[in-house]
Design a protein. Sequence first.
Length: 526
Amino acid sequence: MARLFLGLDSSTQSLTGTVIDLDAQEVIFEESINFDQAFPDYGTQHGVLISEDPQIVHTPPLIWVEALELIMQRLVDAGVDMGAILAVSGSGQQHGSVYLNAKAEAALSNLDPNLTLIECLTGVFSRATSPIWMDSSTHVECDEIRSALGGLQATTEATGSNTFERFTGPQIRKFYKQEPDAYRETKHIALVSSFMASILVGGIAPIEQGDGAGMNLMDIRRRCWHAGALDATAPELVDKLPSVQPSNSICGQIATYFIEKYGFNPGAKIVPFSGDNPCSVIGTGLVKPGMVAISLGTSDTYFGTMAECRTDPNGEGHVFGSPTGDYMTLICFKNGSLAREQVCRDFKLDWNAFSQGLQNTPPGNNGKMMLPWFEPEIVPRVLQPGVVRKNLELDDAFGHCRAVVEAQMLSMRLHSQWMNIASSEIYATGGASANLDILQIMADVNNCPVSQFESTNGASLGAALRAAQAWTMDEGASPEWEQTVAPFTQPVPGSRIDPQPEAVAVYEELLSEYALLEQGVLGGIT
Ligand code: ADP
Ligand code: XUL
C-alpha cells in the first residue's frame, strides 16, 4: 500500500490540500479552496472582513471550518485512497488567533458524523471573529508589553521578535482590555494552525514551537511559554493556552468523525500544525543552516535557516523555530517589486528594458546609489517614505534600474548580518525571480550561488513533508530531513547562477558605503 501524507494550508485567502506519496516521491493531489468564491455568504473580500477601521482585519473562523469539510470531500471526489493517509499535518497563517468557550472541548471530542462540522462547532466561540496577521490595531498594547518586558532588546531576546501589532500577544491583550467579559469566557486560545489541528484530532491541540514564536509569548530559546510575557499580556493566560510542542511530535489520532465520514485510516496520526512560514521553509527545502530563500514578490522576503538562536538587536527581523529544530528568520522588505515597478513606470520600461538597463551598467553602477524607499519601509524602519539618490541623475533610466536592485540586495545583506551565517545556497522565488539579471546581482552581492525555485504551494507541501517526517520518526526511524524533502524540493534544473569574483569584490566595498548612506539618512528622516 502506498504511504500517503496530507498537508493542509489554511492561509489568508484559501485552504490548500497537498497529498504526497512518499514511496513514489510525488505529489498526487493538490487543490485550493478560495474562501470568497466558495463561501460568499460570509462577505469576506480576499479572505477578510472589511471593517470601518482599516487597521482592524478579522476573519470568521467558521469559514476555515467550512473549507476543511469541503477539502475532505474534494480528496474523496478526486479518488485519493483515504485509508492510505498515514499522517496529517498543516500550516496556518501565522499570528491569527481563535477564541473558544467552555463548550469547545466537549464539542471537539464529540464531532458527530451525521452533522456537518459547522453544525458541530457553532456556539463554541467566545469571539465571533479572529484577528489575523493583517490587523494593525494594537499599537498601544505593543508599547505596553514591550515596556513591561524591559524594552526592545529584552523583548526581542526573550521572544524572538520585538512586539508587532499583528503578533498574537498584543492581539490578546487588546481583546482582554476591550472585552473583559468575553475574555473571561474564553477557555482556550488557539492559533489558526492549532485550531485546525484541534478539529482533526477532536480535542484541544497543542501550539507548535515554530508558530508559537510568532506570538510574543514564547521563550524563543527554551521553547516554552515565557511567564513574564504572559503576565505582561493578560491575566490567567497560562490556563487558556495549550502546551507548546515540537514540530516532530504526534498530537493524537484522527477523530472518528473523519474516519466515518471520509474513510480515513483509524490509525492516521495528527502532527501539530505549524505556521505558514516554518512550513514554507520545509516546502522550499531549507533544511540545512546557511540555506536561504529570497522571495521577490510584491514585497521582498528573506528566509534564512540558522543553527543557533540569534535575534536582531534592531528588532526588525523575526526569529521563529524551524521544524528541523534549527531556527529560521523572516525579514520583510516592503519596497520589493513595488519599487522595481515604480522605476519601470517612471521611465516607461517593460521588464525587458529593465533587464537591458541591468546589462548595460556595471556592478557598482559607477558610484550611483539609491535608497529605494518609494513606500514606508519595514526594514529598516522608515515611516516617511522618500527615495534618496546619490550621484544619480533624475533622467538616468538605466542608472535607476541598477541602483534600485543593488540597493535592495545590499540592504538585504546588511539587515541579515545579525544572523552571522555565511549563506551557502540561495533559492530565489516569487514573480521577479524570473529575471536572471536581478538574480546575478543577488549572487554577486551575497557571494553565493542563486538558483530559481518554483514554489506555488510551499506551505502545504511543507506541511505534508512534516507529517511524513514525524510519522517516520514515530515509527522508530531517524531519517535526515534532507532525505525526506529532497525528492520534492529541487530548484529549477540548470538555473544556478554563480557569483562573479570581480563583481563580488565591488560589492564587498560598496556594502559599507551603502550602510553609511543609510545611517546618515535615517538619522535625518525617521
Ligand atoms: P505576490 O507577492 O503578489 O505573490 P508574485 O510573487 O506573484 O507577487 O510577483 C509578482 C511580481 O513579479 C509582479 O508584480 C512584477 O513586479 C514582478 N515580475 C514579474 N516578472 C518580472 C520580471 N521579468 N522582472 C522583474 N520583475 C518581474
Ligand atoms: C509573517 C506574517 C505573514 C503571515 C501570513 O510574520 O505576518 O507571513 O504568516 O502569511
